[in-house]
Design a protein around this ligand. Structure first.
Ligand SMILES: [Zn+2]
Length: 213
């Protein structure tokens, strides 16, 4: 069955697949969204870990998985997934993967997303499909071990994450069938970054530039 994929804002996406409603880094959610079966939080920055948005869709039945960077900032039960760790939730298999900066610095020598803080991306397998959520990252060597995947959510806005050009390089490495540019339109970057990304990816990659849900 085809999954349903929604993009809300920034890196906030929802995947409905295998009978589960899965939110990743919920942010700027409109009212009236369905409750989460599974929630994944990549790191603690406020455009990824937004308490107000979490509260809109988290219930007692929601299972929350979070990186070591995010977990200390969350209330209630949380399953911590460090880079390289895996978990199973019903039909959903989750693998946490590294996400960090190599070339984006807050101050000299201090990256916005330091590798040793253990921020994570996620690789999800469900319904015979594979999804890669890169989170806030540069192109990193670990991307070579991830693909090919069916869907990849790649940040494209630069400054804190990959530029459109770098995200196209990530697409070359990860080999998604469909690439969905994210992390623009709210804090930094615009749809022009997503369009530039779409022009730069290899021909075999389809790019979905989504409207916010
Ligand atoms: Zn961040």
């Amino acid at each position: 069955m085809e999954p349903r994929i929604l993009w809300y804002a920034q890196s906030a996406v929802r995947i409905d697949a295998g009978g589960l409603i899965i939110y990743i880094d919920p942010y700027q959610l409109p009212e009236g969204q369905p409750p989460a079966d599974v929630m994944l939080i990549s790191h603690h920055h406020r455009d990824h870990l937004s308490p107000d948005d979490l509260a809109k869709v988290r219930t007692e039945r929601t299972t929350v998985f979070a990186s070591p960077a995010a977990a200390p900032h969350l209330n209630g039960p949380v399953q911590v997934l460090a880079p390289g760790e895996t978990a199973q939730h019903g039909p959903l298999r989750i693998r946490a993967v590294p996400a960090y900066n190599l070339t984006k610095f807050r101050s000299p020598g201090v990256p916005f997303h330091p590798r040793d803080e253990q921020h994570t991306g996620f690789v999800l397998e469900i319904d015979d499909l594979t999804f890669y959520f890169a989170a806030d990252t540069d192109v990193i060597p670990e991307m070579d071990e991830i693909g090919p995947v069916d869907y990849a959510f790649l940040p494209v806005s630069g400054t804190y994450v990959m530029t459109a050009e770098e995200a196209a390089e990530a697409a070359r490495r990860v080999q998604p069938s469909v690439a969905i540019p994210v992390h623009y339109g709210s804090v930094v970057g615009s749809v022009a970054d997503a369009q530039r990304f779409a022009e730069l990816v290899p021909d075999q990659v389809r790019v979905w530039i989504m409207e916010p849900a």
